[in-house]
Design a protein around this ligand. Structure first.
Ligand SMILES: Cc1ncc(COP(=O)(O)O)c(C=O)c1O
Length: 407
């Protein structure tokens, strides 16, 4: 069977396995992994969650084990509308909320509704590997806007939008992770947020706000969500329980205008019909009982410690001339090594795992067009401070040697 001949163009050639590789590395015995964007195992509130789970099965077991509505349980949509108001200053109705099987499915549904092969999507660069892979899988072309320590350089976006608006390549949407970005850790400044939302409205281009880490602030002060600044209905908001409760539940949500929500629900019917009923009931009850709020608070304290350990380790062990952004929240530190000919963090990854038993994600995964050879993402959310010290020591030594050997 000649499979390659019948595949759609986006899936011909080598499949991108970056995410699967991150998952695999994170499971390898004895390796200190800075690879996965995983909550620390000590962040889960297992005794409280098990009690809630047992109660749901005892009292509402038939619903928990049954299919549910495609849009998600009404009670959960109502809870999320209330939470969006309380937490993010966003006034929405439950009818604007679609429950999804993770934020990534939310993005996938948006892509299915909006994208045809050859379409243009704008994203900050670097950007979340899962989002890039999803967008590219629909045959779309990613136009990248560079970032700095304040996130996407929105003045450059303005120029790009102006240029694209006079061509036939009007972008279908802009994708951004404005707060504690994956991978850079950077947070978009308030001034840039206002400008970004105004640009989306002025050019009539939807703005997908991925808020995966937005609640996990351990330093600095709050910034408004893009959705809370949105007067024109251009912002599609992606939320997830993955980083505030559990990624194993595979549960997220999309907030969108009702007419667009109807389309998302229609495509979700043909994707998985509905998200897990058990997960939805569990997340709802954990929210109602304050378990999520307690987890967020405790996670922020742990993340603060781990980010400090990461920063100290980088200072102590990494080659002179290494640069990184100090995050104010979230899971990630983005590292730029001194630029040296031949240095390629993607090529060196296997060797780092084999020789030093330490894993990271290579910079190249976070760009649509192959940049990032001297960059890497280090996740500090999962390892203990002691492992972060040991891991940065091993990795620092490894890159010192690679640079000395001419990489
Ligand atoms: C920026 C960003 N968006 C979305 C996701 C995926 O979230 P979910 O587990 O809800 O699909 C991740 C997970 O790492 C992420 O980093």
């Amino acid at each position: 069977m000649e499979w390659n001949e019948i595949l759609v163009p986006a899936w011909r050639g080598e499949a991108n396995t970056d995410i699967a590789e991150i998952m695999r590395l994170s499971e390898t015995e004895g390796v200190i992994s800075f690879a996965g964007g995983f909550p620390g195992a000590d962040m889960f509130r297992l005794p409280e969650v098990s009690e809630v789970g047992a109660r749901i099965l005892a009292e509402n077991g038939a619903a928990a084990l049954q299919y549910g509505p495609t849009a998600g349980f009404s009670a959960l949509r109502e809870y999320l509308a209330d939470r969006m108001r309380a937490r993010f200053g966003v006034a929405i109705s439950p009818a604007e909320v679609t429950i999804t099987s993770g934020a990534l499915q939310g993005l996938d549904l948006i892509c299915r509704v909006l994208l045809e092969p050859g379409d243009v999507v704008i994203s900050e660069a670097p950007s979340y590997v899962g989002a890039l892979q999803t967008i590219i899988a629909y045959g779309a072309r990613v136009e990248e806007i560079p970032t700095d320590e304040e996130g996407m350089q929105v003045d450059l976006l303005a120029e790009r939008l102006a240029a694209l608006s006079t061509s036939a390549r009007r972008p279908k949407f802009i994708y951004t992770v404005p707060t504690f970005q994956n991978p850079s850790g950077a947070t978009l400044s308030s001034a840039r947020r206002r400008l970004l939302v105004d640009l989306a409205a002025a050019y009539g281009v939807p703005l997908v706000e991925d808020s995966a880490y937005a609640e996990l602030r351990f330093a600095g002060s709050e910034v408004p969500t893009l959705k809370s600044l949105d007067k024109s209905g251009a912002v599609l908001f992606l939320g997830t329980f993955s980083k505030i409760l559990s990624p194993g539940l595979r549960l997220g949500w999309v907030v969108a205008p009702e007419t667009f929500t109807a389309k998302l629900i229609a495509v979700k019917q043909t994707s998985d019909q509905c998200s897990s009923s058990l997960s939805q009931l569990l997340a709802l009850e954990c929210g109602r009982r304050g378990i999520i709020e307690r987890q967020v608070k405790a996670s922020c304290a742990l993340l603060k410690e781990r980010a400090a350990a990461m920063s100290a380790g980088l200072k102590r062990h990494f080659p002179a001339g290494t640069h990184w952004v100090e995050p104010q929240g979230g899971f990630f530190t983005w590292v730029t090594l001194p630029d040296a000919p031949g240095l390629d963090t993607a090529r060196l990854l296997k060797q780092a795992v084999a020789e030093e038993k330490v894993a990271y994600v290579a910079g190249r995964s976070f760009y649509a067009h192959g940049q990032g050879a001297n960059q890497l993402r280090l996740s500090f959310s999962y390892p203990s401070p002691a492992d972060i010290e040991e891991g940065t020591k091993r990795l620092g030594r490894f890159f010192q040697q690679a640079l000395a050997a001419g990489a």
